[in-house]
Design a protein around this ligand. Structure first.
Ligand SMILES: Cc1cc2nc3c(=O)[nH]c(=O)nc-3n(C[C@H](O)[C@H](O)[C@H](O)COP(=O)(O)OP(=O)(O)OC[C@H]3O[C@@H](n4cnc5c(N)ncnc54)[C@H](O)[C@@H]3O)c2cc1C
Ligand SMILES: NC(=O)c1ccc[n+]([C@@H]2O[C@H](COP(=O)([O-])OP(=O)(O)OC[C@H]3O[C@@H](n4cnc5c(N)ncnc54)[C@H](O)[C@@H]3O)[C@@H](O)[C@H]2O)c1
Length: 451
């Protein structure tokens, strides 16, 4: 079949690829968006969106249980059916991407379902179709769940996040492999719905990319909620006997009705054909400059750039790449104030550098810390008030370079500190702010006072 000439081909339509396709097509370019699975990517169908719906349901159970202690007698009988129905019928449209496809087509884009592969400079092949690009190729292939090379594990009917969000029932018992954001969010969700949960984390602590104090709080809360937390524990073997999983964790054999693997993500650069444009295909990420250019005529955005596997990162980079392709004047990418929130209860949110990362950069570091329960609002919140605020200052410049908030609504409280880190507001100016009483965010004043 002869090659078709178009302006841009987007390989992978995660949140960033989808937004970029809409923007370029809306600007009148001939754009082909290619996705092998669901247009919209992991986030709306298997990740952020369905898991936050699950979090909302699980948190409502926890609050109801707290109400029993705070405000009278409440009987809580968890039922997964409304959650599964909500996820299927509303949140994910039964894992159907037609709405995403229709809105891109309405903008003028052409959508191809299939595997996109770079087959030469300015050339992408999808099945038996070949596209030649006048302006370029954008890579947004995201990431897939990585299954660790544990003896026997891949032969079992394990869950990854993709199966977990389509679950129609809560397993009686669950072993979660991995104590990163995915493992921690799912562990608490299923535990709150009655599963007996064990987290097996090879690192010495949960959420190792966050401040160590956050891991301490979370492990403590999880333990109090009945979740067994095994850190510094390696899994060496797994099997399934037809009804039960057996997992060798350290010198213990754990058994459970289900195993959920949340040990990180992988990308297959060779299968995308990046070598055809001279890019190395043996790594996990694609190096990009501050306009998302990977090489001449190729841009990359999202998880694959290794700048933070978050939907907001994919969208941020999409804006920059789209503007660059359109020849618009665009601010260069900056990564000094990347925010994130893990939606456990308490939420674990951070922006910029942790204390350890700031020290590793050779900064002259000052830190301030306050427990949330020492604030009036934290004290009054009583049940579920675990958490803290920690700020990290570059003492030489007198500005915050990082902050962490663990607590109820931690991600929302963190936003004030994200402004401070992003705009490099002098710490002295922050200390002069009037903070409403009695809010959770008023504890920011106490953390700053501790610097
Ligand atoms: C359980 C879970 C919860 C999460 N929760 C959050 C959260 O609360 N907040 C947050 O910010 N982030 C969250 N994340 C991370 C977030 O989902 C990703 O960072 C986000 O989806 C951005 O990814 P992306 O744009 O790189 O691509 P993805 O969303 O991974 O999409 C890539 C798309 O490319 C397609 N594709 C890949 N290769 C090809 C090819 N060669 N040809 C055609 N199509 C291809 C895939 O089918 C896929 O549809 C979560 C992740 C997980 C796993
Ligand atoms: N709320 C959010 O923003 C959110 C939520 C979920 C995921 N995400 C993003 O998605 C990405 C993937 O998250 P993730 O939690 O799957 O990965 P991750 O890499 O962040 O964490 C995986 C954890 O598994 C552990 N591990 C690795 N191999 C193991 C093994 N064999 N046995 C036991 N433990 C093992 C590691 O120590 C690590 O802490 C992350 O980059 C994360 O930022 C974001």
């Amino acid at each position: 079949m002869p090659a078709e000439d178009v302006d841009v081909v987007v390989i992978g339509l995660g949140p960033g690829g989808e937004a970029l396709t809409a923007k370029l097509a809306g600007a009148g370019l001939a754009v082909v968006g290619v996705d092998a699975r669901l247009v919209g990517g992991e986030c709306p169908f298997y990740a952020c969106v369905p898991t936050k719906a699950m979090v909302r349901a699980a948190d409502s159970l926890a609050e109801a249980r707290r109400a029993g202690e705070l405000a009278g007698s409440v009987q809580v009988r968890p039922d997964w059916t409304p959650v599964a129905t909500w996820l299927r019928d509303e949140v994910t449209s039964n894992w159907n991407d037609q709405g995403h496809v229709d809105s891109l087509v309405a903008k003028g884009a052409r959508i191809e379902h299939g595997w996109g592969r770079i087959t030469g400079p300015n050339e992408v092949t999808v099945g038996d179709k070949v596209f030649r690009t006048r302006r370029g190729i954008v890579l947004n292939p995201g990431s897939d769940p990585a299954i660790p090379p544990v003896d026997g594990l891949s032969d079992t009917p394990l869950w990854t996040n993709r199966e977990a969000v389509t679950a129609t029932a809560v397993p009686e018992s669950l072993i979660v492999l991995g104590g990163g954001p995915v493992g921690c969010e799912f562990a608490q969700i299923f535990a709150r719905f009655g599963a007996e949960v064990t987290i097996v984390q090879s690192n010495q602590r949960l959420l190792p990319n966050d401040e160590p104090e956050a891991a301490e709080v979370l492990a403590d809360v999880f333990t109090r909620e009945g979740i067994r937390v095994l850190t510094g524990t390696r899994v060496t073997g797994a099997s399934h006997d037809g009804s039960t999983f057996h997992v060798q964790a350290g010198d213990e054999t754990l058994t459970a009705a289900q195993v959920l693997v949340a040990t990180g993500r992988r990308t297959d650069l060779a299968a995308i054909g990046v070598k055809a444009v001279g890019l190395p295909d043996d790594g996990r990420t694609i190096e990009v400059d501050d306009r998302m250019r990977a090489t001449d005529g190729v841009w990359a955005i999202g998880d694959i750039t290794g700048k933070g596997a978050f939907t907001h990162m994919s969208m941020y980079q999409a804006e920059i790449a789209a503007a660059d392709i359109l020849g618009e004047d665009v601010p260069q990418a900056q990564y000094h104030a990347v925010p994130h929130a893990t939606f456990t209860d308490p939420e674990v949110a951070g922006v910029g550098l942790t204390e350890a990362a700031a020290r590793a950069k050779g900064l002259n570091v000052n830190t301030g810390f306050t427990k949330l329960s020492d604030s009036t609002r934290g004290y009054l919140h009583k049940l579920g008030n675990d958490g803290f605020i920690k700020v990290v200052e570059d003492a030489d410049r007198g500005v915050l370079v990082g902050a962490t908030v663990v607590g109820p609504g931690g991600g929302e409280i963190m936003s004030a500190l994200a402004v401070a880190v992003h705009a490099e507001v002098p710490t002295a100016t922050l200390k002069g702010m009037i903070l409403a009483y009695p809010t959770f965010h008023r504890a920011i004043g106490s953390a700053l006072a501790d610097l």
